[in-house]
Structure formats: structure tokens, C-alpha cells
Design a protein around this ligand. Sequence first.
Ligand code: MLT
Length: 304
Amino acid sequence: MHKILTLNNISPLGLQRLPREQYEIGSEISDPDGILLRSFKMHDMEIPESVAAIGRAGAGVNNIPVEAMTSRGVPVFNAPGANANAVKELVLAGLLMASRNIHGAMRFAADVEGDDAAISVAVEAGKKNFVGSELPSKTLGVIGLGAIGVRVANAALSLGMKVVGYDPLISVQSAWQLSSGVEKAVSLDHLFSQCDAITVHVPLIDATRGIVNAERLKMMPKGGIIVNLARGGICDDAAVLASLDSGHSHCYVADFPTAALLKHPKVLAFPHLGASTNEAEENCAMMVADSVREFLEDGTVTNS
Ligand code: MLT
């Protein structure tokens, strides 16, 4: 019997991949062989010596002490691509909301009080105050051309946007085979200087921390949209705040902004919703449950 500790809710479809005759699963299991989790921060937790494999039902693994686990010989499995469509859809929603000023307009509409005549007056004011712009007139910079970035790039192309891509981590050549029609930036600076909107799809590691910074934001044309549904530290939030306040940037779409940005009128904030669809939760849970099971049962390593 294998014992699996769950540190977050894991979709039942994933847990069904671990047959009950062979697996004991729960959130209070002691001496587990495997751990399944989503965003639980494992860095401060004492990880039992019994643990032989960890499965993260998502793409990022920065909530797990991967180096320490690797030195113990414990593989950390993730679910690459399993939530990519969900993230792509929220990026598109964010771009559309930002370019049509939907978040400000909704707040404005919710605050209107009075009779039909008062509403008519407010409608006229709203039409003047919330004039938007259309995506085909814009160039989107996609930073990171893995499973999510490539989907975002292709979807943006199909909306009529011009798309420029760059990947600071993988060879542009291998990314390029996946993203036809996307123009290639020779550097991040090159990308920022030609894009009205940028979206980041890289993990948070030393090489990507703060790559969206004050200098690069200034390279963008006025009215830029910054989308970060990846990880907080990739954007320098102080620089983003300054750029929004100066009127240079138009909107920051973020899945987890810092306190200073959370209530800012030009910030469209989500509570880490990028991967939160039923489909993505199921896909991720099934993929990591399979990886952990295969490793525990026959030592096979996939997606670590
Ligand atoms: C990811 O890294 O894919 C997401 O953080 C997943 C999640 O929201 O659990």
C-alpha cells in the first residue's frame, strides 16, 4: 500500500488514477511515499524522510524546495501544458478587458444611482470616459514561448494582433517551430520597444526576476498593457506602479499583485485564477497523479 499526502484539494479525477486498493490518500497521512499539491508553500514545512516523489498539479514549482528534494533523490513532477488553455483564455480576457476599459466601466456602472433619467446621463458620461481601443491595432509581445506562451501567441494572431515573441530561457529556434506567424525579437529590449502590450509566460527564477523593469516599461509606447499571470516577481511592481501613475502604462493585469497595486484603478487583479478552470484542475491532477504513480510503482520518471 502506497501512502499519498495531499496538501491542497486535488481534483477527484486525478485521485481516481490511484486505485484505493493500492493507495491510501488524505490530508493527514503520516510517513507518506508521495505528496500531491497545488500552491501550498512547502519551503517552511518539514518534509518527511519517507517521501519518494512529489507531484505539483500545475506548471510552476517555485512553492517546492526542488534543489533540496533533488539532493535527496526525490523527483518533483509537474504538469506542463495541462493548464495552458486555461491560462491562455484568462490572458485574452485580460487583454480585452484592459483595452476596452471594462474594469473601470463596470465599477462606474455599479456606482450609478437614481432613476432612468440619471442612468441616461451616466451612460453618456460613461461612453465618453471609457472609449477603448481594438486589439488588431496592437502588437503583443509574448515573453516565454513554452506551452502557454505559444498558445497565447497563436490566439493573439487569430484575433488580428501582430505578435512578437522572445524566450529568455529556451532557444528561439525550438520555440519558433511551434509559433508560426510570430515575429522574432532579438532581445527583450527589442521586444519591449515594439509592443503595445506584453504578457509573460516564464517561471520565476533568478534569470527572470524583475525582467519587466522601469527601463523596459519606458521603451514601450505610451498606453501599454502589461499582463502577468505567471509569477509576481517577474515584474518589478514598484516600476509598474510608477509607470501607471505617470500615465505611461495604461493597465496592469496581474494574478497576484502586491498590496500597493491591488486596489489601483489601473490594475486588473485576479486571485491567482489563471489555472482555475474545472478542465485545467482535472488535467493537472491526472497528469501528476500518473507521474507519481508510475514512479512509485516502477521508477519511471515523466515530467520532473
Ligand atoms: C501553475 O503554476 O500552473 C499555477 O500556479 C497552478 C495553480 O494555480 O495551482
